[in-house]
Unconditional design. Sequence first.
Length: 261
Amino acid sequence: MGGVITMCIISFHVHEHPTYKLVVIANRDEQYKRSTAQAHFWEDEPDILAGRDLEAMGTWMGISKQGRFAALTNYRNPNEQHPANMSRGHIVSSFLKSKGTPINFLKKLQQERHDYNGFNLIAGTVNELYFYSKQGNVIQPIEPGTYSLSNASLNTPWPKVVKARTRLENYLFKNDTVDPQILFKQLSDDTLAEDNELPDTGVGQTIEKQLSSVFIRTEGYGTKSSTVLLVTHDDEVTFMERTFKKGIYSGDLVQKHFKLA
C-alpha cells in the first residue's frame, strides 16, 4: 500500500438503464498523507474534470467535456512494486488529454505497459468503453451490463466486488432515476469480509482483512474520496465527489453538472 495512485473499487453500469447510459460509483483508497486535490476542471486542461494527485500530477478517474472517460485501479501484487516505474496516474491523465481513438491509445499502452507496475484500466467514451490490464494484456470491449473492479481483474469474485456489483445492479434495476445519496451509502459500507472469504494476494491475512470492505479505514491508509458519476442518454453529466480525512467525511462535496460537447 505504498504511496502510489490507486483506487480500491469502482462499480459501473453501461447501456442497460432507461435513463443513464453510464453510472459509475467509486472509492479511491490511498495513503492519508499523500497530497491530493479535489475533483475540479484543471487549470492547465480546462476540459478535464478529475481529482489530482499532487505528487505525481496524475489522476485515478476523470471525464472530459467531450465524453472521454477513464478510471484506473492498481493490481495488488507485492512482488511487483518497482519504485522506478512511472506513476500509473499518468495513464488516466494522458488518455483524457489525448485526441485519438481509444483503441489507438490502448494499443500504444500495450507497447509501454512495462513502464508501469500492475494496473487495470477502464477507458473510452461514455458510448464505448474498454477494459485493459497490464496482467492480461488484452483490449476488451465492455458489453452492456454491471461490473465491479477492485485490485484484481474485472468482476473477480472477491466478497466486496460481488457485494458492490450486486447492490448497484439491483438498485438500478428497480429505479428509473437515481438518488446519488443512496449510491454514496453503498460506497460507505465498511463491513469486513469473513476470514474464510478472504482472497490471498500475498499481503498477509491481517491486511487482506483490512482491505476487504468497500470503504476502508486503517491507521495510515484508507478511502480518501467517493465519487458518483451519472451520464444520461441525452449526455447530461452529474459528477459528485465526497472527500474524507482519515476515514471521516470532511463535509467537502464537489458537484458538477454539464452537457457533453
